[in-house]
Design a protein around this ligand. Structure first.
Ligand SMILES: NC(=O)c1ccc[n+]([C@@H]2O[C@H](COP(=O)([O-])OP(=O)(O)OC[C@H]3O[C@@H](n4cnc5c(N)ncnc54)[C@H](O)[C@@H]3O)[C@@H](O)[C@H]2O)c1
Length: 259
């Protein structure tokens, strides 16, 4: 297995894409520390994954630098090092752009963008301290490039993450640390259920912009993360890879014929 023996940390892994990444890494022989603000969900996920030999959990809020530092410190303490950091935690809030308060702007940018920045810093410091090398993967979105009017703060945060990934890749290349991002289209998680599939009409609109004719599975994002974390991607840095069922290359819409 290509990732066997590596150590990874994943934020926002109590459910959804982060949880799928944890499962994939464990299946690939990686030792994993997962964190989330949702203590109950985190404990339930650890129980479900049932890998006490290779899995640790730590409750934390990525918007707080000390919590992100603590996640990285836990990987180093429990498993001796950190090879892969997945800055996955993220939130989306539907709001008319004219109604977004300063508090909500700070909250979304604080979690999605500042949280990922803290993750880049903390992981890179650990990777440099252990002699260099490693991969940092930011969970972006097609909304880094596309715009949905009701998701302004989300789009701004993911657009910022694109540049976070670029600049960190260039800054950390001398330490042999690759920094990449994954930008999913519509993936069937709780986030989509609560913020995107708000009605049957909304779901059909999404499908009309999805040539693949279906939403993606979290495991289909985790497999891209596993590839990027591996040496098969050794010459990829600074880029965002988009597992999006064809959304970004589509002009106009497709007829909705669901699979
Ligand atoms: N589902 C999609 O269609 C989709 C598409 C593109 C990008 N993404 C991105 O993928 C990532 C995961 O999304 P998901 O669909 O699995 O969402 P999700 O809502 O199912 O899971 C997100 C997890 O992050 C946790 N979280 C929220 N705020 C946190 C904080 N401040 N600190 C730590 N953890 C926190 C939540 O408790 C939850 O467990 C997000 O960054 C999201 O923007 C998702």
């Amino acid at each position: 297995m290509k990732l066997s023996g590596k150590v990874a940390a994943i934020t926002g892994a109590a459910r959804g894409i982060g949880k799928a990444c944890a499962k994939r890494f464990l299946d690939d022989g990686v030792k994993v520390v997962i964190s989330d603000v949702d203590a109950e969900g985190l404990a339930a996920t650890a129980a479900e994954l049932a890998r006490p030999d290779a899995l640790r959990t730590i409750v934390g809020n990525v918007a707080k630098r000390a919590d992100v530092d603590q996640l990285v410190a836990t990987a180093a303490k429990e498993f001796g090092r950190l090879d892969i950091m997945v800055n996955n935690a993220g939130v989306a809030r539907n709001r008319d752009i004219l109604e977004i308060s300063e508090e909500e702007f700070d909250e979304i940018i604080g979690i999605n963008l500042k949280g990922a920045f803290f993750g880049v810093q903390a992981a890179a410091k650990q990777m440099i301290a252990q002699g260099g090398g490693g991969v940092i993967i930011n969970m972006s979105s097609v909304n880094a490039l596309l715009a949905i009017p009701a998701l302004a703060t989300y789009a701004m945060s993911k657009g910022g993450m694109k540049q976070l990934t670029s600049v960190a890749a260039v800054a950390l290349a001398p330490h042999n640390i690759r920094v990449v991002a994954v930008g999913p289209g519509t993936i069937l998680t709780d986030m989509v259920a609560s913020s995107i599939y708000t009605s049957e009409d909304a779901r059909k609109t999404v499908m009309s912009r999805t040539p693949a004719g279906r939403g993606g599975e979290p495991s289909e994002v985790a497999s891209v993360v596993a590839f990027l974390a591996s040496d098969d991607a050794s010459y990829i840095t600074g880029q965002t890879i988009y597992p999006d069922g064809g959304r970004l290359v589509l002009n106009y819409t497709v007829p909705v014929k669901e699979k």
